[in-house]
Design a protein around this ligand. Sequence first.
Ligand code: ADP
Ligand code: MG
Length: 257
Amino acid sequence: MTATATAGPERPRRLQAQGIHVAFGGIKALTGVDLTIRRGEVMGLIGPNGAGKTTLVNVLTGFQAPTEGRVLLEDRVLQGMKARDVARAGIARSFQAARLFRDMTVEENLVVAGLGTGLSRRQARERAHEIIDWIGCAPIAATICDSLSYGDERRISIARALAMGPSFALLDEPASGMNESECAALMQVISELPARFDCGVLLIEHNMTVIMGVCQRIHVLDGGRSLAEGTPDEVQANPAVRRAYLGEKADHTELVI
Ligand SMILES: Nc1ncnc2c1ncn2[C@@H]1O[C@H](COP(=O)(O)OP(=O)(O)O)[C@@H](O)[C@H]1O
Ligand SMILES: [Mg+2]
């Protein structure tokens, strides 16, 4: 554990979604989904486009109220809380589209995130520097975010989530648009997160190399319902998962998405 983790014995061990339903008018985005993310693990969340992955993250982070169901951080009920309060409770997210303050520097974006969780300016700056050094972004610390490359923008979006010192970090397609070497660096970063930040990670990703490489467990959604959950090997071998991704007639031996 490092100075980055605001760790203590009271840190929550589980973030749970229980029986989550979300309907948008006639569209059922989620139907009875149960998901538990444990502190110390990287949990993958996969499924075809429109499966409900982002909606589930929105529910877990207070951006979307469930039509039915509960969200629990250990024993604490989160549903009904504002997104800002959920973030303060220790749940951070990165968005599919990075939402950085574009006219601020990389460092300022991270400091603001730390301040938002109640750190002093000095503490927020220390944490920002530690994260920037760790993810290899020191050369761009003073760069205005508006002029970042796409890959850097995505990395900083994750860094900003971590600057909040979360118990759980929910990452929505962090590798999208990254090239192979950026993906490899990201995999390294994500696999180190649980130990370094004493947190749990939920990783949404279409890149199966990334998912299979860093997740201890994977949850599969399809059409708003849970299709399967298990280790990478179990999920890859699951016939229902293979059908969802590959179609009934698939005779592939490997799940390639
Ligand atoms: N704000 C919204 N209003 C109406 N429908 C939505 C909204 N957000 C998502 N949906 C619908 O809910 C379903 C799940 O979407 P989403 O959670 O974004 O899926 P994923 O992230 O797995 O691609 C889709 O059918 C999508 O069109
Ligand atoms: Mg999505």
